[in-house]
Design a protein around this ligand. Structure first.
Ligand code: 4AD
Ligand code: MG
Length: 479
């Protein structure tokens, strides 16, 4: 008989009909007359209750139905007397597909800490929390493509191995086939990269933007959705060494159009989660509330679903970096009245404590900051007439800080090359990028959404390593 997914069976009204289910045992409990097995196959947060009449089954077989074991059950759907479910499966035959020694299986039928689950990342898909996160992550990936497809944007695959540093921050993982114990040298003693695989130094991409711009200046509206890599040594709950980024790039867009798109996009994704992932979000919300129990009321974060709706119902506040600095300089963030990193006027690079203060305490709404000092932003951003700020925009979210970074791009060949010279970026290496400004340049804009930062917000999880299946962070790449 064909397998029915647990989630479909739990919705079924076909009482009395035969079904086959397969999955992994979460728990078994009972007595010598009847046993109840909670079965999950990843299709939803709720387990199927399988009822095992002990008169019909060999006790030795039932003993093998332990937490973690995989089983196949043929049975009959019946209405359930138990609380929390409408239907259950009365087992007619049970096959053990894979045993799981209960003395050795690392996951016990109890709540494990997230720290512990990070150590057994290879098994954490089998927990309720990671099952929920995995389903929400899938839904969000799907929603990203749906949003852009509906708008007529083309998805572009940009290279993962590149020879450029899009952000100019020097935080790159080098890619080489050279023998590091025996590096070839030029006569001057420099590493001879002409002997390397590509004949020059290459690295894993930090962003697909520059290649995205090439596509946008022909296809009008494109987006990338790919892995990006940053060798920044920041061991925080919001940084990964390998993360996924969505980068739309649009010809004929100015900064305001860019902001409008970013706001519409974020609201679309959140609405999609509310429309399609409610069971999982409710589970994650309860989980979060349990974690918050010990905290003082003032430290408690907003209930998850309320928080998601709150973003949908409010226009994002838009203000300039300079206005934000004024707000921060005149604020008292805590009893001591000080930020950990003091705000020292125009030019201060905002830290996440400042960003979160603006969003959570001052405006109490998502915020888009624009027009940052050129010194703290990348070379490709459009210079304002004041000659000191650029048309940058960062979208700041509660609990996250920066969720999106973007800008209008410098479309003028003269201004762009002048800025590159100031920043010591060699023109010869960027000739292909500069060609877009030489031939048929137009105003254009784009942004990057950190997919895992979005996932943190939507799931309410607090550590970015818990919203990606296999996190990569400094000194952490188990397999
Ligand atoms: O602000 P960033 O560095 O901007 C860019 O890379 C631009 N090229 C984007 C563009 O305009 N096309 O990164 C964009 C976003 C950040 O706002 C943040 O959400 C996320 O990527 N991000 C990270 N997420 C996880 N771990 C890290 N180490 C991240 N660094 C950036
Ligand atoms: Mg940024």
């Amino acid at each position: 008989m064909q397998r029915t997914k647990v989630a479909d069976l739990l919705r079924s009204k076909e009482i009395g009909k035969p079904f086959t289910v397969k999955g992994w045992v979460r728990t078994r409990r009972g007595n010598k007359h009847v046993n109840f097995v909670a079965l999950n196959d990843g299709s939803g947060i709720n387990n199927l209750q399988v009822v095992v009449d002990m008169e019909q089954f060999d006790e030795a077989l039932v003993r093998r139905i332990t937490t973690g074991a995989a089983i196949s059950v043929d049975g009959e759907l019946q209405e359930s007397q138990g609380a929390g479910q409408n239907v259950e499966l009365l087992a007619k035959s049970i096959e053990i597909l894979g045993d799981s020694d209960p003395d050795k299986y690392p996951l016990q039928p109890k709540k494990h800490s997230l720290e512990f689950l990070r150590e057994i990342a290879h098994l954490r898909f089998r927990t309720n929390t990671f099952g929920a996160i995995t389903r929400v992550r899938h839904a969000m990936i799907f929603a990203v493509h749906e949003f852009f497809n509906k708008k007529g944007f083309y998805n572009i695959h940009t290279p993962i191995i590149t020879a450029s540093d899009a952000e100019g921050a020097g935080e790159m993982f080098q890619v080489t086939t050279l023998d590091i114990d025996n590096l070839p040298r030029t006569e001057e003693g420099e590493i001879d990269y002409s002997k390397d695989f590509f004949g020059k130094p290459t690295n894993l991409t930090v962003s697909g933007q520059l290649e995205g711009e090439l596509a946008a200046l022909a296809m009008s509206e494109i987006y990338t959705f790919g892995p990006t890599f940053r060798a920044e040594n920041s061991n925080t709950t919001r940084h990964l060494s390998e993360f996924w980024m969505i980068e739309p790039e649009m010809a004929f867009y100015e900064l305001t159009d860019n902001m409008d798109l970013a706001e519409e996009f974020l609201k679309y994704l959140i609405q999609y989660a509310l429309d399609n992932c409610m069971d999982d979000l409710q589970f994650l919300s309860q989980r979060l509330q349990q974690e918050e129990k010990g905290k003082k009321d003032t430290e408690k974060s907003m209930e998850l679903i309320e928080k998601l709706k709150f973003v949908l119902e409010n226009d994002f506040i838009r203000l300039t970096y300079e206005e934000a600095i004024n707000v921060l300089e005149n604020s008292k963030p805590n009893k001591k009245g000080k930020f950990q990193y003091p705000v020292k006027g125009f030019g201060t690079d905002l830290q996440s404590e400042h960003e979160r203060y603006l969003v959570e305490k001052h405006f109490k709404k998502p915020v888009i900051l624009t027009d940052y000092p050129k010194e703290i932003k990348a070379f490709y951003m459009k210079l304002n007439d004041d000659n000191k700020t650029v048309r940058a925009m960062d979208v700041l979210f509660p609990q996250i800080g920066e969720i999106i970074g973007g800008s209008q791009r410098e479309e003028s060949y003269e201004k762009l090359t002048a800025r590159m010279a100031e920043m010591n970026i060699p023109e010869e290496e960027m000739w292909w990028f500069l060609d877009t400004r030489r031939f048929g340049t137009v105003p254009h804009s784009g942004f990057g959404l950190g997919f895992e930062r979005l996932m943190l917000f939507v799931t309410g999880m607090t550590n970015i390593r818990d919203v990606i299946p296999f996190p990569r962070a400094p000194k952490s790449a188990e397999f």
